[in-house]
Design a protein around this ligand. Structure first.
Ligand code: ZN
Length: 145
C-alpha cells in the first residue's frame, strides 16, 4: 500500500466508524459549526477539567466523509491535551491544508496528516477544516448555547 492509500483508509475508517460521534449530556462547551457549500453541519461538545485539560470530546451532525473523518480525528487528538496544545494543533493543521507546513510539522499531526491531500483540492478544504475552526472558536470564544 502506498501512502495515499493508507491515508484514504484512515479517512474511511474514521468516517465509517467514528469513535467520538456521540451525545454528551452536560458538556462544558458546545458549539455548532457548518459549511454550507457542502452541507456539513456538526456540533462539537467538550469537557475540560479545572486545569484546562480537555478530558472528553464528542460530536454530532452530518456531512461528507472528509468532514466527518476530520472531526473524529481532531477530537481523537485533543483529548488529554491542554487548551494551548489543542490550539497549536489547530494552527499546524491549518498550515498543512494550506500547504505551508514542514514535513516535521505534518508528522506531528499523526492521523490528521492523512488529510494533507485536501491541500490540493480547494473544494474540500472547508470540509477538512470545519471541526478545527469550530474547536478554535470554542476554545477562544466559548460555546454558542
Ligand atoms: Zn464536506
Amino acid at each position: 500500500m502506498d501512502l495515499k492509500q493508507i491515508y484514504r483508509e484512515i479517512v474511511n475508517e474514521h468516517n465509517l466508524h467514528p469513535g467520538h460521534k456521540d451525545e454528551m449530556s452536560a458538556p462544558k462547551i458546545r458549539r455548532r459549526g457548518s459549511n454550507p457549500t457542502c452541507g456539513d453541519d456538526i456540533t462539537v461538545s467538550l469537557d475540560l477539567d479545572e486545569n484546562g485539560i480537555i478530558t472528553d470530546a464528542a460530536f454530532q451532525g452530518e456531512g461528507c466523509a472528509v468532514s466527518q473523518a476530520s472531526t473524529d480525528i481532531c477530537l481523537d487528538m485533543i483529548i488529554g491535551k491542554t487548551k494551548d496544545e489543542a490550539l497549536s494543533l489547530v494552527e499546524t493543521f491549518m498550515d498543512m491544508v494550506h500547504g505551508k507546513a514542514s514535513e516535521e510539522q505534518i508528522e506531528s499531526l499523526e492521523e490528521a496528516a492523512s488529510l494533507q491531500d485536501v491541500a490540493h483540492m480547494p473544494a474540500r478544504v472547508k470540509c477538512a477544516t470545519l471541526a478545527w475552526h469550530t474547536l478554535e472558536k470554542m476554545l477562544k470564544e466559548g460555546g454558542d448555547e
